[in-house]
Design a binder for this molecule. Structure first.
Ligand code: 9MR
Length: 411
């Protein structure tokens, strides 16, 4: 994988050198800046700013910076480095594929393994007698990701089985219609069990070894919704049909049907602000051996305290016996001034650097996944939160994640 990337880079560099001035003329006539072109074509090169950085980054006799990284390789002794990908990206062309394969060894489907992608409404409604307790499922939406991962030896995080969002209302009703009457606890527990069983069994039997982590439950705890333990009560049909223990029941079923190499995760946002609540609510499942890890989504902003507050939560979860994965990392900024991009780079450096350090100290950190490949494809596109810009150019965020010396650590 790396060799392919290197030879591709070499070819691109050769072309650029040969193209020389002609290339520059063309840039002017097409209105593109040289900076954009150079970085775009070399993809994994870096914008250099100071003489010192230039000396370090330039290859001899060429003005093409030769900084080359693979995040997966940098952290290969620590944890997998993943990226969330939408389905369309597998048809988006070779440059996307190259970039993914050069940097990541794990992927998460951004939407295609969620219940609204897997549940088959037509098939469920067509055969209600047989599907009343076991809704039909289909896996066509996630197939491009599954095939891509298998072809290139990547692993997949399965996101997600039980979530109040992106789970259609019809799944909770008597006749699988949007406005039907909600079923009772017993029926919904059966549907939950069968859904979890069918999804996990499908991957276990058809793609053994592919799924290494499963977000069994997503975002179940929220303050101020009315539940005494701060289980999310509002806008949550799982809570409404099954009750406050729905997340616990999901882990019971998941453990029953998962293969031993599928680690079972509770995944949530804002984990550093609700560490105690998460630990308290998961205690029973943990005690019973039903859960392996906590997925800290890590949708952060450049103003948040990563080094102390976030890492404190990581240590607290690990100390309580959980694995920790950062499952949806992105770090938003408010503008794209150079100084802001540098701050973002430093935050990424802090995030990756501290996670690596803790892992090396023995904390069970078992993955970092960024939530999207580039700013143009991010759910927070107006906050430029990712490692690559919309033209796939590496940002200072990327250099920070790669622990490049041009991005000073936050001390
Ligand atoms: O990135 C996902 C976006 O494409 C979807 O429109 C959105 C719909 O709910 O879900 C986004 O992913 C979410 C993830 O599944 C759970 N944590 C929050 C993520 C961002 O909203």
């Amino acid at each position: 994988m790396r060799r392919k990337w290197k030879s591709c880079l070499f070819l691109m560099m050769l072309c650029l050198v040969l193209a020389g001035c002609a290339g520059q003329d063309m840039q002017e006539s097409t209105g593109q800046t040289q900076d954009t072109d150079t970085v775009t074509e070399s993809r994994i090169t870096q914008e250099t700013e100071t003489a010192e950085e230039s000396t370090q980054a330039m290859s001899e006799g060429s003005d093409i910076p030769e900084q080359e990284y693979s995040l997966a390789e940098i952290y290969e002794d620590n944890f997998p480095v993943g990226v969330a990908l939408p389905g369309w990206i597998f048809q988006a062309g070779a440059e996307y594929e190259e970039l993914i394969l050069a940097n990541f060894n794990s992927i998460t489907c951004e939407n295609e393994m969620k219940p609204d992608a897997i549940l088959d409404r037509e098939a469920s409604r067509a055969d209600l007698e047989n599907t009343y307790r076991r809704a039909a499922v289909k896996f066509d939406a996630c197939m491009p990701a599954v095939e891509f991962a298998k072809e290139h030896g990547l692993k997949i995080r399965l996101h997600t089985l039980v979530w109040h969002s992106q789970t259609p209302r019809w799944f909770f009703t008597e006749d699988y219609t949007d406005d039907g009457e909600l079923v009772d606890r017993e029926v919904m527990l059966a549907r939950m069990e069968n859904y979890i069983a069918d999804v996990l069994t499908y991957f276990k039997e058809n793609h053994p070894g592919l799924i290494y982590a499963v977000d069994v439950v997503n975002e179940a705890f929220d303050s101020g919704t009315g539940d005494e333990n701060e289980v999310r009560m509002t806008d949550n049909l799982w809570y409404e049909t099954v009750g406050a223990d729905y997340y616990y029941q999901a882990f019971v079923f998941a453990r029953n049907y998962a293969s031993p190499d599928m680690k079972l995760f509770y995944n949530d946002y804002g984990c550093m602000y609700k560490t105690d609540r998460i630990l308290k609510n998961l205690a029973q499942a943990k005690e019973e051996g039903l859960i392996d890890g906590i997925g800290m989504q890590s949708h952060l902003s450049v103003n948040e305290d990563i080094q102390y507050k976030f890492m404190f939560a990581v240590r607290a979860f690990c100390d309580a016996g959980y694995e920790v994965q950062a499952t949806e990392l992105d770090i938003g900024i408010e503008d794209t001034e150079d100084t802001t991009l540098m701050r973002q780079g430093r935050k990424y450096r802090s995030f990756f650097g501290n996670m690596k350090k803790l892992q090396e100290e023995g904390y069970a950190i078992t993955g970092i996944t960024v939530w999207g490949l580039h700013d143009g494809a991010s759910w927070r596109g107006d906050e430029w939160p990712l490692l690559f810009d919309a033209d796939l150019n590496p940002k200072k965020a990327y250099l920070g994640a790669a622990l490049d010396p041009s991005i000073p650590a936050v001390e």
